[in-house]
Design a protein around this ligand. Structure first.
Ligand code: HEC
Length: 304
């Protein structure tokens, strides 16, 4: 006759079976002593390396290779509550246009972006109309030239990278749209670079076609000094010194790399104000709702 295991017996059997499996896995496999010492050695090695790296903070740094570290300048737009200095953006646009645009493109900025930032709509239209843009094809399939519109992007000085390199002794003048974001030190670095041309100190060799600038990594840059006192004439009468022009062009390039900056800070301030208000209201509401529960008194009257 077929005997069925009772529920209890079956459980007991399962338990014994599992216990056997468990004991076999943990006790009957001997640990290889060689493996154990390797693991211990790796553990000690890793821990000592960690401690060494934690306490040894001498970092190799060479001003000639890394470039001199730029000073930190008090930019108007650095504070969490301030906007860009828009008069400076306007002057910076003029410096970019009259000096830097000969070699550097600014691909991400269109004339319409200047409206309400540094120029009025009519002024920006007039700036755009001063350039010729290739458009087309027309009805018979030909490309044609037309005056620029607000929707056109700022023109490039060279049609392609090869032409730019050929005109600059093999060096490529990078696009300046995001250069403030793209360089360690941002605006401080670019200001220092533009105002940092000196005679090479004794013993420093600068190759033909390069210029000594301690802020540029390596110390020799293929861009000649671009700013000299008085090379532009500001319409607002600001004296166009080298450092003034460098400050203005850096403010302009900081705006170009982050046009949403002013809006972002304004929105951030509103959000922080509203959310902190709501936070305190929510604390008050929580206390209000919990008050009857927190204040209640539970009394136990044992039966007599
Ligand atoms: C005559 C052409 C020319 C003019 C004018 C010029 N640049 Fe340059 N610029 C170059 C070249 C070429 C390079 C590449 C240098 C290199 O890689 O050694 C360069 C590089 C740069 C760099 C990048 C440096 C880096 O860290 O890689 C910045 C920023 C810059 N220029 C800003 C400006 C600004 C701002 C102006 C206007 C005030 C300006 N340049 C005017 C040719 C020019």
């Amino acid at each position: 006759m077929f005997v069925r295991l009772s529920q209890v017996q079956r459980k007991a059997f399962n338990f014994r079976f599992q216990a056997r499996l468990f004991s076999r896995a943990s006790f009957s496999t001997p640990i290889n002593p060689a493996r154990r010492s390797t693991a211990i050695a790796a553990g000690i090695g890793g821990a000592s390396l960690g401690i060494y790296l934690h306490f040894n903070n001498t970092v190799y740094s060479d001003a000639a290779d890394e470039g001199l570290h730029a000073t930190s300048y008090p930019w108007e737009h650095n504070s969490p509550f301030s906007t860009f200095d828009h008069a400076s953006i306007r002057r910076g646009y003029q410096v970019y246009q009259e000096v830097c645009a000969a070699c550097h493109s600014l691909d991400r900025i269109a004339f319409r972006n200047l409206v309400g930032v540094s120029h009025t709509e009519d002024e920006a239209k007039a700036l755009a109309e001063a350039i010729e843009v290739e458009d087309g094809p027309n009805d018979i399939g030909d490309m044609f030239q037309r005056p620029g519109k607000l929707s056109d992007y700022l023109p490039r000085p060279y049609p392609n990278e090869e032409a730019a390199r050929a005109a600059n002794a093999g060096a490529y003048p990078p696009d300046l749209s995001l250069i403030v974001k793209g360089r360690h030190g941002g605006g401080d670095y670019i200001f220092a670079l533009l105002t940092g041309y000196y005679d090479p100190p004794p013993g420093v060799e600068v190759k033909e076609g390069l210029y000594y600038n301690p802020y540029f990594p390596g110390g020799s840059i293929a861009m000649a000094r671009a700013l000299y006192d008085g090379i532009v004439e500001y319409e607002d009468g600001t004296p166009a010194t080298t450092s003034q022009m460098a400050k203005d062009v850096v403010t302009f390039l900081s705006w170009a790399s982050e046009p949403e900056h002013d809006e972002r800070k304004k929105l951030g301030l509103k959000a922080v104000t509203i959310l902190s208000g709501l936070f305190f209201i929510s604390i008050w509401l929580k206390r209000f709702k919990w008050a009857p529960l927190k204040n209640r008194k539970i009394v136990y009257n044992p039966p007599k």
